[in-house]
Design a protein around this ligand. Structure first.
Ligand SMILES: Nc1ncnc2c1ncn2[C@@H]1O[C@H](COP(=O)(O)OP(=O)(O)OP(=O)(O)O)[C@@H](O)[C@H]1O
Ligand SMILES: [Mg+2]
Length: 246
C-alpha cells in the first residue's frame, strides 16, 4: 500500500480513507483521492459531538461536504467555474468546482477572527463584546459606522488572501478563470463583505443558500434559518451523508 509516502505523520497516528476517481489514460493506472486525518483530531470532534448527546456516524472533510451541499442546491453548468469560499472564524476553505466537480482546493489560516480582533484592539473590548458589536449589537456607545470602518479594514485583509488564492488557481495548468464566487461561513454575514469581495475580485459573488432545495419544517423559525444559513453550509453537506454511503 503506497499511502505511507504521502502522509507526513506516522501511519499509526492517522485514520485513512480513499475514493477512486476513475481510470487514467495509462492502462492499469487510476486516480485516487487519499484522505488522512490525525486520530487525535478526529477524537476531539467525536468527543464534542458525544458531549452534545449525539452519536457521530460519518466523518467528512469540509471541502467534500461543501461540494455535496452545492450539488443538491445548484444547477450544474458544465462550462462554469464556481469558487465556493467558506470563511469561518480562523480558516478559509476554498473549493473551485468546474462543472460541479472539485478541481482546486486550498485552505488558509485567516478568517473572521480578524474582524473581532480589530474591534478589540480599536475599542479596547473583550472578545465577547467585540463579537456582539460585530453582529451589530450596540456596545459601549460605539457608533456602528466606526465599527464598520474598522471591520472593512479586516475584510480587506481577508479579501487579499482570497485574491491570492484565485491568482494561484489561475496560474495552475488549468489556466482558467472563475465565473462565480459563492461565499459561506460566518464571514458572509459581515455587513457588505460579499459586496466588497465582488468589487475587489471583479467576479459576481453570491451568499450561499444551503437550504435552497431543502424543505424546512415549520417548527423552525424561518428568519432564524435564514440568518444561520451561511454558517450551516458545511453542516448541511455533512447531514446529506448516510451511514455506509460512498
Ligand atoms: N451574524 C453574524 N454577523 C457577523 N459575524 C458573524 C455572525 N455570525 C457568526 N459570525 C462570525 O463568523 C465566524 C464563525 O463562522 P463559522 O461558524 O462559519 O466558523 P467556524 O466553522 O466555527 O470556524 P473555523 O472554520 O475557522 O473553524 C466567527 O468569527 C463569528 O464571529
Ligand atoms: Mg468552519
Amino acid at each position: 500500500f503506497e499511502a505511507e509516502q504521502y502522509v507526513p505523520f506516522s501511519i499509526e497516528d492517522v485514520n485513512l480513507d480513499f475514493q477512486i476517481l476513475g481510470p487514467k489514460e495509462e492502462p492499469g493506472q487510476m486516480d485516487v483521492i487519499l484522505v488522512a486525518v490525525k486520530k487525535d483530531t478526529i477524537n476531539e470532534y467525536v468527543n464534542a459531538v458525544r458531549e452534545a448527546g449525539l452519536n457521530p456516524i460519518i466523518v467528512d472533510v469540509n471541502h467534500f461536504a461543501l461540494e455535496n451541499m452545492y450539488e443538491i442546491n445548484y444547477e450544474i453548468e458544465p462550462i462554469k467555474n464556481v469558487a465556493i469560499v467558506n470563511i469561518g472564524a480562523s480558516t478559509i476553505n476554498m473549493n473551485i468546482l468546474k462543472g460541479g466537480i472539485s478541481v482546486f482546493t486550498r485552505d488558509s489560516a485567516v478568517g473572521s477572527n480578524l474582524h473581532t480582533e480589530a474591534l478589540q484592539r480599536e475599542f479596547n473590548l473583550t472578545y465577547e463584546n467585540a463579537e456582539r458589536l460585530k453582529r451589530g449589537e450596540p456596545i459601549e456607545n460605539i457608533p456602528p459606522e466606526d465599527a464598520f470602518s474598522i471591520m472593512d479594514l479586516a475584510s480587506e485583509e481577508i479579501i487579499d488572501d482570497i485574491s491570492r488564492s484565485f491568482e494561484f488557481y489561475r496560474s495552475t495548468e488549468l489556466h482558467e478563470d472563475i465565473n462565480e464566487v459563492i461565499v459561506s461561513g460566518g464571514c458572509a454575514l459581515i455587513k457588505d463583505f460579499p459586496k466588497h469581495l465582488s468589487e475587489k475580485v471583479g467576479i459576481e459573488t453570491k451568499v450561499i443558500e444551503p437550504f435552497k432545495n431543502i424543505k424546512i419544517s415549520q417548527k423552525f423559525d424561518s428568519s432564524y434559518m435564514e440568518e444561520i444559513a451561511p454558517i450551516a453550509a458545511v453542516a448541511t453537506g455533512l447531514a446529506l451523508r448516510r451511514q455506509g454511503d460512498r
